[in-house]
Structures are given as structure tokens and as C-alpha cells.
Write a protein that binds this ligand. Sequence first.
Ligand SMILES: C[S@@+](CC[C@H](N)C(=O)[O-])C[C@H]1O[C@@H](n2cnc3c(N)ncnc32)[C@H](O)[C@@H]1O
Length: 427
Amino acid sequence: MYTVDVLTLFPDSVMATLGESIIKRAANKRLVEVKAHQIRAFTENKQNQVDDYPYGGGRGCVMQAQPLADCLKHAESQRVGKLRKIYLSPAGKPFTEADAKRLSAEYDGLILVCGHYEGVDQRFIDACIDEEISLGDFVLTGGEIAAMAVADAVLRLVPGVLSDSECYEDESHWDGLLEYPQYSRPEEWEGRCVPEVLLRGDHAEVARWRKKQQLLRTRDRRPDMFSALTLSEEEKKLLHEAERDFLRDSLKSSALCRPMREDDIPDVIMIAESAKELLKSSGIDQWQEGYPNEASFRADIERGEAFVLTVSGKVSAFFSLCSGPDAAYADITDGKWSDDLPYLALHRIAVSAEYRGCGLADLIISSAENLAKEKGIKRLRGDTHKKNKAMQRLLARNGFRYRGNVLIRAGEGHDPRRMAYEKRIKD
Ligand SMILES: C[S@@+](CC[C@H](N)C(=O)[O-])C[C@H]1O[C@@H](n2cnc3c(N)ncnc32)[C@H](O)[C@@H]1O
């Protein structure tokens, strides 16, 4: 049985809290025992006075050593096992979950001394106390609230007090992280919904989401805790994913589509050059012969077919939306277009390196779709290299279907074959 003895001038208020709820049930099962001792009962004067003026002057009174020491001896004499004697003090070491774990694992009981007034005579601390614990960097009128907090945090870790060790192992501070956000019924409250992932019943996905939230919260709210962590490779990956998820959500509302202007060309060329590098390093023989370039962008601007996406006013992606018919699309092989309705062809798409993987490419597609709708056009077409899996995935997840193969104009030594895709735009 784990024991807690609180030395206090207010035993009733201590027991009113520690004699309730989970701790009370644990006491009923004889897993723990909490006692509050009235310090005043150990005074040797008629007035039961526990405090006196401070030597050296100054305001207020100091709790005297004798009643405290005698009260402590009394509490200690009733206990067996390894006890830790703690004085709750704003000058102590700030209490953490690690202290709660240590105190519950290494001792059979605690004796918690609550000061009042200006504090307690230092000689009592020097003679009788093992450690001083602070509840935080603020000053309370008495040690009771701090003692109750320490006792509660330690007692809940005593085996059997909570139904399962998972109850505390998942919580804030157990492994240096803050807890993920929690939700309960109903699914929607005052227009606020429970995150979708928590409703799908995919436990692995829920665990990944929760870990991401823990990492983000700890990083943003408690940089001190975050810098003390050594992240595993998996955690680093999850944090990166979480940052991308966050960026993706914020981009949905902040990215704007507008026609490309002449003064965008330097930014557009920079994005295009970086995209060419990426294609080259991925072994994709696309955009490897100087195209697209300043001349092609200028031509697109002149025809009113070039667009950019901006994030906070900065050009972050571009695309061209060209009126058909496109000569290269006339001769489709290994399949056919769904019909002969007028279409717009999506060409020359790229996203700046800063925003890759954040959903800007999906916003390009939805922007192109909106532009097509404005013109009353119901088909979008596009093509990509067979090795350009990222583009194929982008098209597929945005409702495009593979329709066959086309040949584009390509320089000598470059592969002209492209996979052709089409999307039927719904009204
Ligand atoms: C008003 S305080 C005394 C403060 C003391 N004169 C000082 O400045 O450090 C009275 C008692 O409240 C308790 N107490 C106050 N703040 C506390 C904290 N942050 N953590 C733990 N105990 C605290 C201590 O037991 C203390 O003896």
C-alpha cells in the first residue's frame, strides 16, 4: 500500500479533495492510504501557536521548527517502508511527471509538509526534509494545494489506482510529448466537427494522426520540451507530414489563381528550372530540351492562356490552359477520347519547391476546372510522360482518366511518347 501523510494547518480541506473520487476508490481497495495531520496538535504552548516573528525583522511570521518536527516524527512512526519527506515550497524544484514517476516507483510513501505565512524555519528543512518541491513559478498562500497536486499525480501512478497503465502512458508529459486533442460525442457541435480520421475506424491511421498532433503541439506550445526530444526517424517523417498537412489546409484558403503577367516571368522561370532539375534527377525525359522557356511563357501570356497561383502574393505555381484543338491530341493511339466536345488542354504545370507536396498542384487542377466552367467548356485534357508517376497520380486523384497515347513534338534524342488523360467536368 502506498501512503501519503500531509502535515497541514487545514487537514479538512486536504481530505476533502484527496478523500474523493479515484483516490477514494483506491483507498477503499487498500491500494493507497492518505492521512492529514494537524500541525497545531504538536505545539507545546497553550495557545497552540505554530508561528513566530522572523529573526532579523521583516513582515509576517515563520512556522516554527518544533511543532513541524514533532508532527513529522508522529506521522513517520505510523508508517513502514521507504518514505520521502518533502517540503512544498516556491523555492523548490519545479514538479514534473518525471518526479511523479520517480516518487511512485522508488518509495512506499510520502510525507508532505505544507508551509504557511512566510514559510518555515530553515532548520526544520535542513534537519528533516529530503527534498523541496515547487508547484511552479508562483506563490500560493499555503502548501496544501501543492501537496494535493503532488499526492494526486503520484497516487494515480500506483499500480491498480487507474484501470490500466495505458490510461497514463498515453497522456501529456509521459514520454516528453503533450497529448493529442480529444473529442467525444456528438460528431458536430455548434458547427465544429470531429476530425474525419477519428470517425473512419482505421486504428493505424488514428494512431498516426494522434502522434502527428502530439509532435506539432509540443513543438508549437512547448519548445523547451520539444528541444529535449530525440525524434526517431519515423517521428521525423510524421512531423514532416504533419507540417505538410497543415500547410495544405492553410493553402486551400490562401492560394489565389490569376492570369500570369510579364513581371511574373522571372519567378516562373525559376520555378520551371527547379522543376526541370527534379524531372532530370527522377530520370524523366520531360522538359529536358530548354522547354518551357521565356518565349513559350510570353506566347502563353499573349494568348491569355497562362496562369499563376500565388501564396501571400508570391508566385508559387504556374500552368497553361490552352484552347483546343491541340494537333498532338488529334492522333491518339491505344484508346480514344471520350467525345469531340470542345476542350481545354492543361500544359506546362509546375509548383515551386517550397510548396511541393502541399496540394498546390491539386489547386491548379481545380482552378483550371473553374476557368473551363467559366467558358462553358466541359472537357479538360492533358498528357504526361510514362515515368512521371507524380503527374499520373495527380491527374487520377483529380478525376482524369487515361485515354490512350499521343506523340508530342520532341527534339532529337528525346522521347515524344506521352500518356493522354481527360476529365469530364461535371455541372
Ligand atoms: C506565502 S508562501 C511563502 C513564500 C515564501 N516566503 C517565499 O517567498 O518563498 C507560504 C507557503 O505556501 C507554500 N507555497 C507557496 N507557493 C508554492 C509553490 N509555488 N509551490 C509549492 N508550495 C508553495 C509553501 O509551503 C510556503 O511555505
